[in-house]
Write a protein that binds this ligand. Sequence first.
Ligand SMILES: CC(C)(COP(=O)(O)OP(=O)(O)OC[C@H]1O[C@@H](n2cnc3c(N)ncnc32)[C@H](O)[C@@H]1OP(=O)(O)O)[C@@H](O)C(=O)NCCC(=O)NCCS
Length: 405
Amino acid sequence: MTELRVTRLETSAVDAYLTVLNDAFLGQIPPAGLVRERAAFHARPGAHYGVFDGTELVGVAAAPTRPMTLPGGIVAQVSAVTSVAVSPSHRRRGVFATLVRHQLADLAEHGPVLSALWPSQGALYTRFGYAPATWQGPLVVRHGARLRPGVPIAEGRVRELPRQRAMAAIRELHDRIAPSHAGWLHRDDGHWTLLLEDPVGGAAPSDLRFALHDGGYLVYRVVPKVTPAGRRHELHIRDLAAVDTTVRAALWRHVLGLDLSGSVHFELSTPDEPVLHMLADPRAAEQAVRDGMWVRLADVPGALALRRYRTALSITFSVTDALLPGNAGLWRLVADESGKAVVERGSGEPDLALDVAELGAVYLGGTSLAALAAAGRVRARDPELLAVADAAFGHTPLPHCTIVF
Ligand SMILES: CC(C)(COP(=O)(O)OP(=O)(O)OC[C@H]1O[C@@H](n2cnc3c(N)ncnc32)[C@H](O)[C@@H]1OP(=O)(O)O)[C@@H](O)C(=O)NCCC(=O)NCCS
């Protein structure tokens, strides 16, 4: 192997890019997925990286910039890393590590100030300063489960509409609701396609169903299931958005009451999903939460000054960062009553000591500093100040990413 070289890929490299990607995923990317990858490659010139061994492309990654809601309703550009792949012939020779290091250095120099991804394997990205920033997982609710008497439910009908008639209202609702949810990515046409694509490349009739209320919507897929007792189809929620919890309750009531179903599944639920507390019988629901979207700060002061904080805060902290030395050292963060913060170089004794990975974990407000301190990952001089910092960094509702990219 010659010395590895990382560059941004020209559009002419699209075929080589797709070959590396498909080979790395053992040829299992369906034709519709490859068509989508090709379109994304052309739609985002300069967003794809390649690692060359001589003239041979042996590793790839996509890092398009996408707007994400941060705590406080700020919408900021993040580098959304995806399609990371190394040719099977070049595994375990540092191609991936070279690629990630290069990409992070690029971000530190040119921005955006943070990067986000959904790792295929948990251990892959910890060594590069990424950490889980959202906690999400499947929630299964038994069909017919009732909401508690007295749960506020929005008035107005939930209507089921065909895709063509539903999509304009759904997109408008999504764009209206997204700024109030930390972690939500703003969607363009490509993201809607990715999210609402039917299997078999669109050849079969759509099995997605669209339920709409004036203040929210639910998109779900019917997974047919027939048992000796009859039809017990699984309803899998693909997308759910509501302007408030009363609309959310109306949507849940609708989907839980549909006939011929056995259960309702919500793949990317968060631990604070409101329906958990609305059910008359809490055991009608089962949830398994795990790490969701991971975050890495490429520019610590830039990223920390971008989001808002729930309370005023004045804190000095020391950071370690094995890859980006500009992040390391002492910082002082001062947030005012409005939640806006100034982050500058600090001095003296730090109140907190942590690695850049822990800052990624707490960045969206979904992981607590106290929990990390309990795990020995954050050192705090004063437990009370730790609690104050925790309150300032936290976010309600918990951050959530609605799409695995
Ligand atoms: C995962 C993948 C990108 C790793 O590429 P690679 O070039 O072989 O990785 P590297 O040689 O650069 O390894 C870097 C480090 O990650 C570790 N690592 C690599 N693959 C790993 C895996 N599957 N699980 C855990 N650790 C892994 C290596 O041991 C190495 O650790 P070290 O720094 O302590 O020595 C590659 O195997 C691949 O393309 N897999 C299929 C597609 C995929 O899963 N992509 C990830 C999408 S998020």
